[in-house]
Write a new protein. Structure first.
Length: 393
């Protein structure tokens, strides 16, 4: 199945205004998503928030089914959240940890995840241990296998880091962790929407992601997958009357599904838009999206590497839709501003968001470009030409 690029672009109003290579930050929303969000906001304005939610209950419920189809899981294993960080925190802070327990993570870990692990380590006395990288820069599977023991309660892995083009071997990690007694939490914030992400193949117990990036949904949306068999090993850190029922004065009972990780108040419009974004991606086919996104990123990576003074900073033997690079003599924020003057969206990844990765490689910041399936080969060439001109001064 090939992507109908003309159709994808006709349904993406923003791509006619700018060259958008910041899909790892926030993808351009397609027209159906915009219409769905606006329609529900109109509904709220005319009917009232509670009444509009009741009228749109089927649309809201569809989002769970769409995400379940995307991830290859059951509907009752999905919880909706306001963003990926809240989803990750709800998953992580629900895991019972104590002194002597071990958490394993990788060098690609995102800042918010790392801060939560450090916080819990200080509070409980558990340890956070970074599994070394292999020769290609991805997590070292042999080292993980050797170090895993019954004190390891959690393996937390970032699938596709924000500061690097690599894709970590999530399925291979799942095969190693399976049966060990440890829970496996996968941060798929940058991989969902650009790659096929199948929780059965991966074997993770928990997975978190956002709506706004490669999935092209609204901001303020995220979600959490919780494997049904892991549910009773977890206790959400917060509770309200949606997540649990008040059974008597001193007791409550959790919901029997993953929605125990949710709370009552949320953006119904955003959640409906998220479901439409998933439908939109699935209509083009995740295999086709993955192939085209990787091809565009590969062409961009190769073109940049061929330019004098440009260093591509991606590692890993498998790479995705994020391309990171530096230009000799031009600081990354200045480079970002120069692209913006040409109508090109990119962003800067600073070591403060990925200190384990960038600091170890001696990098303070890198420029990050992230094409998606609705971008074109002509846009890649235009980006390369602008870069040539910048290098030439």
């Amino acid at each position: 199945m090939k992507i109908d690029v003309d159709l994808a672009r006709s349904l993406t109003p923003g791509c006619h205004e700018r060259l958008h290579f910041n899909n790892a930050g926030a993808g351009l929303m397609p027209q159906p998503v915009l219409e769905a969000v606006k329609a529900h906001l109109d509904r709220e304005a005319m009917m009232g928030g509670y009444e509009a939610a009741a009228a749109a209950a089927e649309l809201h419920e569809h989002t769970y089914a769409a995400l379940a189809r995307l991830l290859n899981c059951a509907v009752d294993e999905i919880a909706l959240q306001e963003n990926a960080t809240r989803a990750w925190d709800m998953a992580f802070h629900s895991i019972p940890l104590r002194a002597g327990d071990r958490i394993f993570t990788g060098h690609a870990e995102y800042v918010s995840n790392w801060l939560s692990m450090v916080q819990v380590s200080r509070r409980t006395g558990c340890t956070v241990e970074v599994v070394p990288n292999g020769p290609d820069g991805a997590i070292d599977l042999d080292a993980l296998r050797r170090r895993l023991d019954d004190r390891v309660k959690l393996v937390a892995l970032t699938h596709a880091p924000s500061s690097n083009g690599l894709i970590n071997p999530a399925e291979e990690v799942g095969a190693i962790v399976r049966g060990s007694g440890a829970l496996y939490l996968l941060d798929a914030c940058q991989s969902v929407g650009q790659r096929v992400v199948d929780v059965e193949r991966i074997g993770c117990d928990l997975l978190t992601a956002t709506g706004r990036k490669f999935l092209r949904g609204p901001r303020g949306t995220g979600f959490l997958y919780v494997r049904r068999s892991a549910l009773d090993r977890l206790e959400p850190p917060f509770v309200d009357h949606f997540a649990a029922s008040w059974t008597d004065r001193e007791h409550f009972a959790w919901r029997p599904d993953a929605r125990r990780f949710e709370d009552f108040e949320h953006s119904v419009a955003g959640r409906i838009g998220l479901g439409v974004a998933v439908d939109h991606a699935l209509s083009f086919g995740m295999d086709a999206i993955a192939e085209r996104t990787a091809t565009l990123a590969g062409d961009l990576r190769a073109g940049l590497a061929a330019l004098p003074g440009v260093a591509v900073r991606d590692t890993g033997s498998v790479r995705g839709g994020i391309v990171t690079f530096t230009v000799e003599g031009i600081d990354a924020p200045d480079l970002q501003a120069a692209y913006a003057r040409e109508g090109i969206n990119v962003t800067v990844a600073r070591k403060e968001i990925a200190r384990l990765d960038l600091e170890e490689r001696g990098l303070d910041r890198v420029l990050r470009a992230s094409p998606h399936y609705y971008n074109t080969a002509d846009e890649v060439e235009r980006f390369l030409q602008v870069t040539r001109d910048l290098v030439a001064g």
